[in-house]
Write a protein that binds this ligand. Sequence first.
Ligand code: CTP
Length: 399
Amino acid sequence: MKKIALGVTSSVSIYKACEVLRGFQKKGFDVQVIMTPNAAQLISPRLFSALSGKKTAVDLFGDDDSDRIAHISLAEEISLLVIAPATANIIAKLASGVADDFLSTLYLAVRCPVLVAPAMNEAMYLHPQTQANILRLQTAGVELVLPEMGYLACKEEGWGRLVTPEKIIEHGLALLEKSESLKRRTVLVTAGPTREPLDPVRFLSNRSSGKMGYALAGEALRRGARVILVSGPTSLYPPPGAELRPVETAAAMAREVKKNLSRADVLIMAAAVADFRPADRSEQKVKKEEAPPALKLVPTEDILASLARPGGRSKKVIVGFAAETRDVIANASRKLREKKLDLIVANDVSREGIGFDSDFNQVVIIDKKGAVVESPIVSKREISRLVMDRVEVLLGRKK
Ligand code: CTP
């Protein structure tokens, strides 16, 4: 029997948590309830203990003095952590990594998917700080079932009402299913820029932040894949569980991709690989007075194109990206054909506020048959989901 944890915090909608608990039980799950100390002021933990058949955890240092550290062992046992209802306070704590009670500590210890269902007064929900915290959680890979508009405890109509228990259960089940959809698959992702050195201190590079590639790596991990992340220099932390292969130059990236390709089912080239590098690299720092009047550049190897040769990619799903400043669809479709890709994700990098270095993007996804899907402006996390959904369909066809 699979075990899940249900975190319950102090919103008036706490009574709906009983239905959430029952719903998961009916689907065959063993549920351990954790309440925050404030939630335990609203409803007795005994009610949840009676419903779940297990003692509800409230205190980080409970009366159990066994050798096992309760929140760590629970973290290892569960397949899903659901927090419903989630107050503005718990969301803020999770977003900033504060771990001062059982629930917030458990959150930091789990590796399974996390589902958060906020519930609060409209002003609190719409407060920029709460919205920023929610975005931060989403970026960290947490799934949210956002509240609805409706009648609130403060006797007002507004945004902030907890969604129905059925909706929470439905989301939880989908998340559990998805968390295994790429099990036993290996996804090779490249991310970030490359640096092409001129001398020991100077290089040519580009504005890629790596955020898109890291989001894709995170999404593949959440779906149960083994992830190899070949990354140019970025300021990001790799998603936990990804096997990081740091590289600097396009040549090093090409080597690392080829080394790992045979074990991969999917290659996603999200990196902004330099197309050219300085022809000469000085061993010593070039002095001001010695600066050449012009730089001689030579092309780098096109990694994707080099894999287009027969035999280089049997049964693999190959996804490219296209950074364009004009004629996005036409240019991306040409790259899809020339590089023999299964899918290309194109974006207009000349637009303000999306693309390079932003947390948001708007893309056009084109497949081999010429089908074009345009996304709205959404977070890179959302884009990574769209792309991985398409990858899963293609993997199914290539079985
Ligand atoms: N790419 C690659 N090796 C390179 C350059 C690019 O594998 N040396 C990959 C990128 O990772 C991306 C795709 O090719 O997935 C398209 O990259 P992009 O820079 O948009 O296109 P280019 O082919 O470099 O063409 P151009 O710069 O002329 O637009």
